[in-house]
Design a protein around this ligand. Sequence first.
Ligand code: NAG
Length: 300
Amino acid sequence: MAPRAVVAAAAMAAVLVLALAAPAIAIDFGEEDLASEDALWALYERWRGLHAVARDLGDKARRFNVFRENVRLIHEFNKGDAPYKLRLNRFGDMTADEFRRAYAGSRIAHHRMFRGERKQGAGFRYAGARDLPPSVDWRQKGAVTDVKDQGQCGSCWAFSTIAAVEGINAIKTKNLTSLSEQQLVDCDTTSNAGCNGGLMDYAFQYIAKHGGVAAEDAYPYRARQGKCKKSGAAPAVVTIDGYEDVPANDEQALKKAVAHQPVAVAIEASGSHFQFYSEGVFAGSAARSWTTAWRRWGTA
Ligand SMILES: *[C@@H]1O[C@H](CO)[C@@H](O)[C@H](O)[C@H]1NC(C)=O
C-alpha cells in the first residue's frame, strides 16, 4: 500500500493568480543583436527557429514589431539592478495582452480571493513563531518539484495548490512526490472551474475531504478539463488535514509562514515582466494591477 502522508496544514496566502509558465528554453542576446534592424531580424529568425513558431507571413512584420519591443524591454530591464531577471523565452513575440488572455486569464472572481476567506476566530498557526531565518529556500531543502508548465489553461489555482501540498508532504515525510494538478482540474468541480480558473481554498478543501490527491505519474497533466478518473485508476497518495489563510496584509505573518513551509501564492501574472520573468525575487514593476496585499508582501 502506498504510504499516506497525513499533513498538518498547507497554509495559503491568497493574493493573485500564479502562472507556472516559466519555460525552460530561452535565448541569450546582447547589445550587438539590437544594433540594427538586420541584426534584430536575424535574432527574430533565430528565436523563431528555436521555438518553432509557425506564423503566416502577413503576420510576420507585425510579430517582428512586437518582438522588437519585447527584446528592448528585456534588455533595458536587465541592465538595472532589480532583484529578478527577464529572459527572451517562447512568449517573445506576444503582446502583454495576448499573453494575459492565453495564459493568465481566469473567469472566476478573483476579488473574492484577494480578500481571503480566513475563518473567523481561528488563530494563525505560526503566530507565536520566533527567531525566523532571514531567508529560506525550500528548493534547497528538497521540498519543491521541478518547474511545471500549465500550458494554455487557467489552472494556476491547481498548480499553486499542488505545489503547497507537495511541499508540506516533503517536509513531513521527507518524500518529495510530484502530485496531480489534473485531478483537481477534472474532479474538483463544485466551486472550481477547471481551465477557467479557481481558488486554492476550495482545492485544499477538496483534497482534505477526498482523502488526498493522486501522483502526477498516475494522473498526468493535459492542460484541458476531462472526465474525473476513478480512484482505482489514480489512487490518492498524499493528503492534508487542513489549510489556513495567512492573515492578509501582514508581512510578518507571511514571513512566519514561509519560514515553516511553502505557501500557495497567487499573483497577477498578466504583466510583461511576468511574461519574461526567469529568475530571482519577482518584485513586479507592473504594479498598477497588483493588489495592495501583494505589494506589501512582495516588496518585503
Ligand atoms: C514516496 O511517496 C510515493 C507516493 O506515495 C511512493 O510511491 C514512493 O515509493 C515513496 N518513496 C519513498 C522513497 O518512500
